[in-house]
Write a protein that binds this ligand. Structure first.
Ligand SMILES: [Ca+2]
Length: 141
């Protein structure tokens, strides 16, 4: 099962990059370039977010790798740093704990789809980078 890019809309400055894995889709929103952003997952027909409780670099690595993005130095971004999902959105995953060998984030241990104890201010994000990258070169202040 290989993830594939189904949309990379460069016209809005990498705000919206989407990847899919069968019915489950992923996108990174509101980053400053295509390799970072708030993590959103489409499950059961609805986009939702990930809670950043227990969200860490291993979890970020699995997601970045599955998206085909740089991942060796992947960083977990916590507590709505890249903005928050709409208040009506689901928070699909919480207490995500990957061991690093998973192919897709949804295979990592978590509380169960939609079983969370979070608020959207805790929405998780990622920076998908390799350790040696000087990521600031990508930023446009
Ligand atoms: Ca974790």
């Amino acid at each position: 099962m290989v993830s594939s890019v189904i949309l990379a809309d460069k016209t809005i400055n990498y705000r919206y990059v989407t990847f899919s894995s069968e019915e489950i889709q992923y996108r990174l929103l509101d980053g400053r370039h295509a390799h970072e952003g708030r993590v959103e997952i489409r499950f059961d027909g609805n986009w939702g977010t990930v809670c950043s409780n227990q969200w860490d670099a291993i979890d970020a690595l699995v997601l970045c790798r599955q998206l085909g993005l740089p991942y060796a130095g992947a960083q977990a971004v916590l507590n709505g740093y890249f903005g928050t999902g709409h208040w009506q959105m689901e928070i699909w995953l919480g207490n995500v704990n990957c061991i690093g060998s998973e192919t897709h984030l949804q295979e990592c241990h978590h509380r169960g789809w939609g079983v969370e104890n979070c608020e959207h201010y805790q929405d998780a994000g990622v920076r998908c980078i390799n350790g040696m990258e000087k990521v600031d070169l990508f930023y446009c202040f």
